[in-house]
Design a protein around this ligand. Sequence first.
Ligand SMILES: [Zn+2]
Length: 238
Amino acid sequence: MLKSEYPLKWRKDDFEIKIFCSIPNIATGILLKAGNANLVIDPGDGILRDLKDEIGTEKILSISDVFISHGHHDHLGGVWSLLTYLRVMGKKNHLSIFFPKGCVEIKSIYQAFTKVYSKSLPYKIRLKEIENYNVFSSGKVKIKPFPVIHKEFLAAKKIIRKVPAIGFKFIYKNKVICYGGDTAYCEELVKNARGSDLAIIEAGHFNEKSDDMMHMTIDEAVKVGSLAKDFFLVHVPE
Ligand SMILES: [Zn+2]
C-alpha cells in the first residue's frame, strides 16, 4: 500500500492547504489558509495540537468556520476539544460549523456541549446544516458543497448503511481546491475534481475491488485525482 507522508502541503500565493493527517479510523485534520483567514476541515483527534503548532492560540481564536464532510469519528473526533479550547481561551466571535444534512454526530456533540457549558460560553456556535449544494462564502473564500457516496457497517459487518456525506470545493482568487471527504467513486466527485488546481482524494478501500460503495481503490482515486491539475491521495489504509 502507498503510504502518505504527513503533513501534506499545497500552496499558491496566499492560498494554502495543510493536511496534518488523514489516517482511516484514526484521524483527519486539515487547515486551509486564504489570506488572513484560517478554515478548519474535518477536525479529528489531534487537531488542537496541530493548529497550535501551525498558527498559535490567537489565530485559533479567530477561526470562524469549520467544515465537516461526514460524522465518522476520524473526521470530527476533535470537535469537542476544539469547542472547549475556544471557551477556555475566551473566543469572542462566532463559530460556524458546516455539515451534511442529517449528520447526527455533530448535532449530538453540539447539544451535549451546550448543555454542559451554556452558562459559560463566551462565543456563539452556529450550526449550518447543508441542505442544498449552492455556493456560499466564508470571507473571500467561496465554498461549493457537493454530494458524495459513503457508507458504514453496522452489526458486525452484516448491515451496511449510507451516511450523510459531502465534499467541498474551496475557491479563492481563481484557484480551486476540491476535497472529496470519504467517498466511493461517484460522478459528483469526478465532476468537481475535474479542472481543480488541487484535488484531495481518498483511497480508503482495503481491497482492490470496490464493490461496497464505501471508499475508493487506489486505481479509482488516481483516476479521479488525475482530472485535477495536481492531487493528493489521502485516507489510505496503513
Ligand atoms: Zn468515513
